[in-house]
Design a protein around this ligand. Sequence first.
Ligand code: PBG
Length: 336
Amino acid sequence: MPVVPGNFPFSRMRRMRKDEFSRRLMRENVLTTNDLIFPVFVLEGENQRQAIPSMPDVERLSIDLLVKQAEEAFSLGIPAMALFPVVEADGKSEDAEEAYNPDGLVQRAVRELKAAVPELGIITDVALDPYTSHGQDGLMGDDGYILNDETVSVLVKQALSHAEAGADVVAPSDMMDGRIGYIRDALEIEGHSNTRIMAYAAKYASSFYGPFRDAVGSSGNIGSGNKYSYQMDPANSDEALYEVGLDLQEGADMVMVKPGMPYLDIVRRVKDEFKAPTYVYQVSGEYAMLKAAAQNGWLDEKACVLEALLGMKRAGADGILTYFSMDVARWLKQEG
Ligand code: PBG
């Protein structure tokens, strides 16, 4: 062969790729069941299950059925579940007071889940969008602006009601300023110093949340409204570090980047900068895309889902919220 520039043929990258044993030996990242957080939708009633058209194979479940699903998730080795309520019209109001009802849907679900499967971590969503008549994550001022400080005082009550019901982790997803600090303070004062806070620290104003809003029934309420005055601009990256830094200073134990696949550069920057437990949310729109393509026979579902999630690990995520959690846990178990 003629002489070529570089180190070829002394360096041949393909030598290590030739056999499975050497591919395994040089593999840098691995996805395991320990990485999974399973987001679920909870519904009023008994023995109720509802399909979500934009999220095929995901169902809204009443508490009794959710408990069964939690038992299965736990037996598959999934560490934690994240709860999202489907609140009926009579639970929605301008002041969102149902959010901190000690006997509300989430609070009852937490108690029953912790009683049935005590070792499964239960994460609750702290935000007002299921409870406001306008579908925004906070209280609305007369001019339509989402009020920050007034919202934070409701979020504190909501987070406390979750902790009192037995939630292991409260996860503020609302993007109000200062809420992590106020929630941390209230948890300490009320004797919940071990309740963890997973902050949706870098949450973008993304169009990939569409199917989720269908699932919780807030899309009709929010209408053509948007969340630009509190969720982040998808164009920004330094701002995400600023947000994460503040949430950690205020007492967050875990920080999240959301959505996942279009934002993996943010995951990497956050992990490199702070070294804190870092999570990423493969959101409803990402789920819907993969599912739709798989259902059409255009993509291999298992291979593409595992690749997408491995990419999140490679970007630096310590864990991933994914609607595919149960499938992934089963796939990984089969592979041993
Ligand atoms: C709202 C909330 C949203 C999601 C989680 N919590 C939607 C939003 O901000 O409008 C989205 C999750 C998903 O799309 O899977 N507090």
